[in-house]
Design a protein around this ligand. Structure first.
Ligand SMILES: [Zn+2]
Ligand SMILES: [Zn+2]
Length: 344
């Protein structure tokens, strides 16, 4: 029986991760041990490693909140999963389960929430300890490497589209055709919506068309708000801003139809000016959305199991993580990198 595992550990903020041999953790009461098969690399992992945000993780820690693997051992009292199940250990690692937000299935904003690969060790390791009450249950037939990006990027874009409350047949704008946006286009089409994709890169817009977008608008071409209003016959019922750009936020409000909803999931630093007259007189809702609850997770995975949504992925070994971070920092990663672990 193996006693040690490989892990990529943050020992100091802003420094390369250190590949280490650590003892395989033992799951305590109410916990499970997961043998990692694959883990996606998200921009948040880079922020965690650099200590960019006000609430910093405690050092040392192992990043990664898109880990998928097989339950290898159960702590005392666990009944929610069994050995051999394929599960995911997401950003929402656990929550209190009884505050007003948890009771309303809004557990991502629970004050007691713990975060995978941030306040808890994550999936850049051969084994992960997880809370079985909050893991993602991966449907049969969905490979670990396919599921990995969906438990963060997938649920974030899917929940964001749900939060627009657009109905089948109505228009949504997906602003930004990157890691979140390319999934958002596929979710929106699968949900029966008409999609107008907005980006500043013609190559990404061509990809958006291949993924099913009904219309595309290059935001650097003339007046993108007017172009969206033309394409959608009066503005989109829902707008999802995935681009981490303040310009995209401001444009997104202008692209929203009267009584429509503009949902923000991108996280550029700073604040953006809101055209109050338009928001008030056109009854527009501006809403933030942050990952999703466990039901949203099951739904986001079900679309993929049914073949309706598929992430663009690039496979790398754990040992390549510092190179991947370097490329991510330079905006040089066209699709989601998934770290794949050898099966023994
Ligand atoms: Zn993420
Ligand atoms: Zn709570």
């Amino acid at each position: 029986m193996k006693t040690h595992m490989q892990a990529a550990v943050v020992e100091q903020f802003g420094k390369p991760l250190v590949l280490k041999e650590l003892a395989i953790p033992t799951p305590g009461p109410g916990q499970v041990l997961v043998k990692t098969e694959a883990c996606g690399v998200c921009h948040t992992d880079l922020h965690a490693t650099n200590g960019d945000w006000p609430l910093k993780p405690g050092l040392p820690f192992t990043p990664g909140h898109e880990g998928i693997g097989i339950v290898a051992a159960l702590g005392a009292g666990v009944t929610a999963v069994k050995e051999g199940d394929r599960i995911g250990v997401p950003w929402l690692y656990s929550a209190c389960g009884h505050c007003e937000y948890c009771l309303a299935a809004r557990e991502p904003v629970c004050a007691e929430a713990q975060f995978g690969g941030y306040t808890k060790n994550g999936g850049f390791a051969e084994y992960i300890v997880a809370d079985p009450n909050y893991v993602a249950h991966i449907p049969a037939g969905l490979a670990a490497r396919e599921a990995a990006p969906l438990i963060c990027a997938g649920i974030t874009s899917y929940k964001g589209i749900k939060e627009t409350q657009a109905r089948p047949g109505e228009w949504v704008v997906i602003s930004g055709v990157g890691g979140l946006g390319h999934l958002g286009i596929q979710y929106a089409k699968a949900m029966g919506l008409q999609v107008c994709a907005v980006d500043i890169d013609d190559g990404k817009l061509a990809h958006a068309k291949r993924l099913g977008a009904d219309a595309v608008v290059n935001a650097n071409d003339g007046d993108p708000i007017a172009a969206v209003i033309r394409a959608t016959g009066g503005g989109a019922h829902g707008v999802l801003i995935t681009a981490p750009s303040l310009g995209a936020f401001k444009q997104g409000v202008g692209m929203t139809r009267k009584c429509g909803t503009c949902v923000l999931v991108g996280l550029p630093p700073g604040e953006f000016p809101t055209p109050l007259f338009d928001v008030v007189a056109n009854c527009i809702t501006i809403r933030g959305s942050f990952v999703g609850n466990r039901r949203d997770m099951a739904e986001a995975l079900a679309f993929a199991a049914d073949g309706k949504v598929r992430a663009d992925i690039e496979l790398q070994p754990l040992s390549a993580i510092n190179n991947v971070f370097q490329r991510l920092g330079h905006g040089d990663v066209p699709s989601r990198v998934v770290l794949e672990f050898a099966s023994h």
